[in-house]
Design a protein around this ligand. Structure first.
Ligand code: FAD
Length: 507
């Protein structure tokens, strides 16, 4: 083989995944020089995109920055708002409310996690305020404040991170413009057939309904739940996780913008699932994720509409899904990204994160035409770890609750869970420690937010924290709490910040 480089990449699908894959690849090959590698994206207007996916996690900022997308411009163009975390309502029990914020509960004390010290103090001081009072993003969210964190030494003013809420269609449009400006080509057409190479079963080309044949070296399957190449042509089996995550449907509806504009996503547990609320500049995104075994679609739609806090702008739109993942996301010369590679319900806004990490890993382990099998093996190993770790994190929400008031919750209380999650829960319950199985996944403060928020208090904690004098520790906590309150009081309202710095033209 004279030049083994990949000379043509075909991306199948133009949803969030397709364009999130196209943009960084186009950037890289544009930098490498004219004609280094052709990128072709095929999408079918007849099929369309899933049209949801509006809440993200903080690493989306790094993805945008790598592309050189200006933060303010991007938020304006996507009708975006800022996200400090997720407020959970009615999850541990009806009436329960807690916040999973993007940040820790203060700086480490004597190299030990601040929440370990809080546990120690709680046993010694009557009426100690909630651990949430030491989480800067939580205090900001409670008061609807937002400003980006400052740099410099760790302090109350920078002990948080943030992500975005955005209109998924507008985000894909931004990335499409970006990728096409760097040479990516877009083809409209319906793929009706996949041609395999007779010698090795690699994909040679896809064929469109109008007879066109699009060949390539590397095929990225971003065809959504259809999984045209990875599931169809490559026959990678789907590992079904419905027994652990029984929700299989959603109803989604936009409603009018609500004041104040909240800097967080809201997730409210319902009898047969949960409802999301995502604030954007031009509207509020809402959806009810539910298990169709426990509620009819009509009832699910009524529950959604009854739970809105503003006027619906449309009729609810129904979606069906199966939770799980492709056993291998990379087979031969096909790499699946996005819904084609798997789906975990959107409780922690992890799908776009999985897309970003999938694209990042593809670039990290980018093949040449020899497609060395160890590249695919490493990609698949890392994706499997990430999927399983996110699965455990989401299952935790359902498992660690006292709710028994409806069939879904009784089912979840009784369902067996993976050993990895059972270990995680017991480690925290018995010894107040967190196991991080996937270093790219949710960090310790996120797990602790969930454990504490759902009402689990460990039997013991890190013994090293008891070496610190309780009075000195209490004073430190009081001062830190004052600093957080004072800092947050000086921050603008989220809505004001958005209006002043990132107002969308039509908002
Ligand atoms: P799709 O958007 O379905 O795109 C598939 C593409 O493939 C389309 O362009 C289609 O035209 C093309 N295609 C398919 N078949 C063919 C064919 N035969 N020929 C040609 N083209 C074809 N993620 C988050 O991170 N945050 C959230 O808040 C969030 N909320 C969600 C809520 C729900 C209810 C659901 C179901 C998902 C949510 N997600 C969320 C996930 C998120 O929507 C997806 O990860 C994201 O939109 C990526 O989708 P996709 O591009 O893989 O697939």
């Amino acid at each position: 083989m004279s030049d083994p480089s990949i000379r043509k990449i075909v991306i199948v699908g133009g949803g969030t995944a397709g364009w999130m894959a196209a943009a960084p690849l186009a950037q890289r090959f544009a930098q490498a020089g004219q004609g280094a590698c052709e990128i072709v994206l095929i999408e079918s207007p007849d099929i369309g995109t899933i049209g949801v996916g509006e809440a993200t996690l903080p690493p989306i900022r790094a993805y945008n920055q790598t592309l050189g997308l200006d933060g303010a411009e991007f938020v304006k163009r996507t009708q975006g708002s800022f996200k400090l975390g997720i407020e959970f309502r009615d999850w541990g029990h009806v009436g329960n409310r807690f916040f999973h914020g993007f940040g820790d509960f203060g700086p480490a004390i004597d190299t030990r996690a601040p929440w370990q010290h809080w546990l120690s103090l709680q046993r010694q001081v009557d009426g100690l305020p909630s651990y949430e009072d030491w989480s800067t993003p939580t205090v900001m969210a409670r008061r609807n404040r937002f400003t980006p964190p400052e740099g410099g030494a760790p302090s109350a003013a920078n002990a948080y991170s943030f992500a975005y809420h955005f209109d998924a269609g507008l985000y894909a449009a931004c990335l499409r413009e970006y990728a096409m400006a760097r040479g990516a080509q877009r083809i409209e057409g319906l793929i009706v057939n996949v041609e395999l190479r007779p010698d090795d079963g690699f994909v040679a080309a896809v064929k469109l309904e109008d007879g066109r044949r699009i060949d390539g070296d590397l095929f990225i399957d971003c065809s959504g739940f259809r999984a045209l190449l990875i599931g169809g042509a490559m026959q990678s089996p789907f590992e079904d996780w419905s027994a652990l995550l029984p929700c299989n449907s959603a109803q989604a509806v936009p409603s009018e913008r609500v004041e104040p504009l909240t800097p967080y996503t809201m997730s409210t547990a319902k009898a047969a699932g949960w409802q999301w609320r995502i604030p954007l500049q031009h509207r509020t995104g809402n959806g009810h994720v539910y298990c169709s075994h426990f509620i009819s679609d009509d009832e699910a739609a009524s529950t959604l509409l009854a739970g809105l806090d503003s006027k619906a702008l449309d009729a609810p739109r129904q979606l069906r899904f199966t939770t799980g993942r492709r056993k291998q996301g990379w087979v031969k010369n096909v790499v699946a990204i996005g819904l084609a590679s798997g789906f975990l319900e959107p409780l922690e806004s992890t799908s776009i994160q999985l897309i970003m990490d999938g694209v990042g890993r593809l670039i990290q382990f980018f093949p040449d035409q020899q497609f060395k099998p160890h590249l695919a093996a490493e990609f698949n190993r890392r994706m499997a770890l990430q999927y399983e770790s996110i699965r455990d994190f989401i299952v935790l929400h359902y498992k660690l609750t006292d709710r028994r008031d409806a069939e879904l919750w009784r089912y979840c209380a009784a369902m067996p869970i993976p050993d990895t999650l059972a270990h995680q829960i017991e480690l925290f319950r018995s010894a107040g420690r967190v196991a991080i199985l996937d270093p790219d996944g949710f960090a310790e403060p996120s797990w602790v937010s969930l454990f504490f928020g759902l009402g689990l208090r460990p039997e013991s904690y890190d013994p090293f924290v008891d070496h610190i004098d309780a009075q000195a520790l209490l004073q430190h906590f009081v001062r830190l709490r004052q600093a957080i309150t004072q800092t947050v009081s000086g921050m603008p309202e989220h809505g004001d910040y958005v209006a002043r710095h990132v107002k969308a033209p039509s908002a």
